[in-house]
Write a protein that binds this ligand. Structure first.
Ligand code: DAH
Length: 379
């Protein structure tokens, strides 16, 4: 800052000359106008209005003037600074408006574009049905039990009272897993004692060995048989198994449980019926049918209203069931004099076929999402 000069001569204070002030003001105007965006304007703002800008420095010079000159110079500099901040505010508003307009265009959303270019997958209806069935029993206090798909022949057959020469063990039904004997020889055919499980029933034996009665389990899972893939067979399919072992269980408990299941899955007026059958692991054993889900029995003896789903029989075969054979309880360390049990098992693919009119099993295994998606999402 210059020293106060008593004999005021405005010429001496160069920075306060009217032309100089005008020049500084016009320079600021030009810099603001030249700023093409808000960043550039911020820089111009510092350069022309900041503490070390020429106009701020000129303002400080006023203090050095003799009192009679201060007012005039102050007015001049003040007006120039006022005009500069107005110009700055105007340019600021202009650039902000430009930016907002640009953002609106650049960030506009084209609502006609596909909303999702990566098509979502869908849950397979077999998974959904298995979970639904399992949920019916989980709600009744049953546990979900699982076992391996590569299973010991003992669990798959022997523990379940299949005699050694039972036809189901034969090569045409069962996939035997090749193994190596302790002396390095590769096993042939059915020598290995290891199979791909042919049903979920071995999980019954595993559950009994793992737990102490009372045992209430449901076992959903994948099973294997040496069938060719065609419209009604697949070598890999799914079953759900149920086992209840407790004191005093009878066939009436089995029937009540089956009726409850079909009512929960297919509607309150559903029921099941049992037909005598044979399974080595149940005694007595039965085949279980449920009222036809489509015609509800109305097609029986009624040629005007034939039903394709049940062949106008009024009943659909669900699977097998029975009272657990005491030999199975004994093999699994459960005393059959104290405990009794019931069990059933059925195929999920078949249930999907009649519940949803799927006519060809191959559609279920091909993995085409166009088959899966119409079943919708169930969580
Ligand atoms: N495991 C039998 C099959 O695959 C089905 C079955 C029958 C399961 C009777 C059971 C049962 O639990 O009690 O054909």
């Amino acid at each position: 800052m210059s020293a106060p000069n008593k004999s005021y001569d405005p010429v001496e204070v160069e920075a306060l000359k009217p032309e100089e002030i005008e020049r500084l003001r016009d320079e600021a105007f030009a810099a603001f106008a030249a700023a093409g965006d808000l960043d550039a304007l911020a820089q111009a703002k510092t350069a022309h209005t900041g503490g070390t800008s020429p106009l701020s420095l000129a303002n400080r010079e006023i203090g050095a003037l003799p009192p009679q000159a201060k007012a005039e110079a102050g007015k001049r500099v003040g007006q120039a600074r006022g005009a500069v901040s107005k110009a700055l505010a105007a340019r600021q508003a202009e650039l902000e408006a430009e930016r907002d307009a640009r953002v609106l265009v650049e960030e506009a959303v084209d609502v006609t574009l596909p909303y999702d270019r990566v098509p979502a997958g869908a849950r397979h209806p077999l998974t959904t049905i298995m979970e639904r069935v399992a949920d019916v029993f989980v709600a009744m206090g049953y546990e979900i039990a699982e076992g391996p798909e590569v299973e010991a022949e003992w669990f798959n057959f022997d523990a379940l009272n299949f005699v050694p020469d039972h036809p189901a063990r034969q090569m045409q039904d069962t996939f035997f897993v090749q193994g190596t004997t302790p002396d390095g020889k590769v096993t042939e055919g059915d020598e290995s004692g290891v199979v791909l499980r042919t049903h979920t029933s071995p999980v019954q034996a595993r559950s009994l060995l793992e737990r102490k009665p009372p045992v209430y389990v449901v076992c959903p899972g994948r099973v294997y048989r040496t069938d060719e893939l065609d419209a009604t067979h697949t070598p890999v399919f799914h079953q759900i198994e149920l086992l209840a072992v407790d004191e005093g269980l009878t066939m009436a408990d089995l029937k009540g449980t089956l009726d409850h299941m079909v009512q929960a899955l297919f509607g309150p007026d559903m029921k099941t019926r049992l037909r005598p059958n044979f399974f080595p692991f149940t005694e007595p054993s039965a085949e279980m049918d449920m009222v036809c889900y489509v015609c509800r029995g109305e097609s029986v003896g009624n040629p005007d209203r034939p039903c394709r789903t049940c062949g106008s029989e009024g009943w659909i075969e669900l699977g097998g069931c029975g009272m657990v054979n005491p030999k199975v309880l004994t093999a699994c360390g459960v005393d059959p004099r104290k405990y009794s049990g019931f069990a059933f098992g059925f195929g999920i693919e078949r249930m999907l076929m009649f519940r949803h009119n799927v006519e060809d099993m191959r559609d279920m295994v091909e993995g085409d999402v166009r088959f899966t998606r119409p079943f919708g999402m169930e969580i």
